[in-house]
Design a protein around this ligand. Sequence first.
Ligand SMILES: Nc1ncnc2c1ncn2[C@@H]1O[C@H](COP(=O)(O)OP(=O)(O)OP(=O)(O)O)[C@@H](O)[C@H]1O
Ligand SMILES: [Mg+2]
Length: 344
Amino acid sequence: MRILGIETSCDDTAAAVVENGRHLISSLRSSSAAIQQKFGGVVPEVAAREHVLSILPTVRDALHAAGMDWQDVDGVAVTRGPGLIGALLVGVTFAKSVGSALNRPVVGVHHLEAHLYANALIAPIQFPALALIVSGGHTTLAYWTDHGQLAVLGETLDDAAGEAFDKGARILGLPYPGGPAIERLADQARPDRSITLPVARLGADSLNFSFSGVKTRLRQLAADVPDRAPELAFALQEAVAEALTRNIERAYEKYPVAHLYLAGGVSANRRVREKLGDWASRRQVTLHVPPVELCTDNGAMVAALGYYRLTKGERLGREEGPQTPWPLREAMAGARGEESGTCC
Ligand SMILES: Nc1ncnc2c1ncn2[C@@H]1O[C@H](COP(=O)(O)OP(=O)(O)OP(=O)(O)O)[C@@H](O)[C@H]1O
Ligand SMILES: [Mg+2]
């Protein structure tokens, strides 16, 4: 079963073809990041306009790269939310149009759950597991027991991990998106233990995250030692990696699983991978990370998750459109049948 996956929740217009939820056949992305750089972040209206221009060529190119015609598509999966409403609307409307024109089933998926399915393109997901989604807008830790069974254990109380990188980059005068720029600058840092950033201490039992204190301290240090930008970038990366590792350890104490899945743009970060990798080997846990090109938004993760949903009979209802905000907890309740859409 070859699923066309469509992703337009933020600034990337992405399309991919995945066979049976496992085999990546083609994946293409057209990003408006270069345009957004001028504004230092994503402007929703600009993102929506770029999606309108890019969606048809991107999907067409993904099919072409897969050696397929429209008729060869067996089903369509699209990110339904959460994200920018105008951006989501382009993808969802396009997916529904394709489904209707070809008479193929369409399913709308949750963007955060989809991020995790970048891992399904490497090997089948092994349950039970801990799942850590670290992206531009979310930092979510969950206990993952089966497809569609994610129990949220912790979330960020303020900035997301990716946001900490993006805002940190802005403070240090680096371009958007901040994560890759911070990582490159941190590589040039000289060892200096006196330059560190705080890791928020929430309650002893809390599995939540907080990154706003890191940002505030970084701003102060950037004013105090403006010539030490590489060391500040290094300290920021270290603080984020430490906060993630600390909560994974706490979650593991309650849920001693054999697998940890990482996903989202920040999972591309080498230091984050290294630190969680060290933790995992100490605990004899297998750490699963997506290939770097599938950490940020892509259509392949949407198609992979869509396969499981379509084969379960889930469909995006005729009256259903984008959904945002859409807490993961709510989406999981829907997946358990507590609140599902009507079939189209
Ligand atoms: N190498 C890296 N190191 C750290 N952060 C990174 C790296 N590469 C990308 N990022 C960060 O990942 C984020 C983008 O990831 P992603 O595409 O998953 O987020 P998003 O889709 O914008 O947000 P969400 O998934 O929460 O809606 C940005 O904040 C970016 O700075
Ligand atoms: Mg994302």
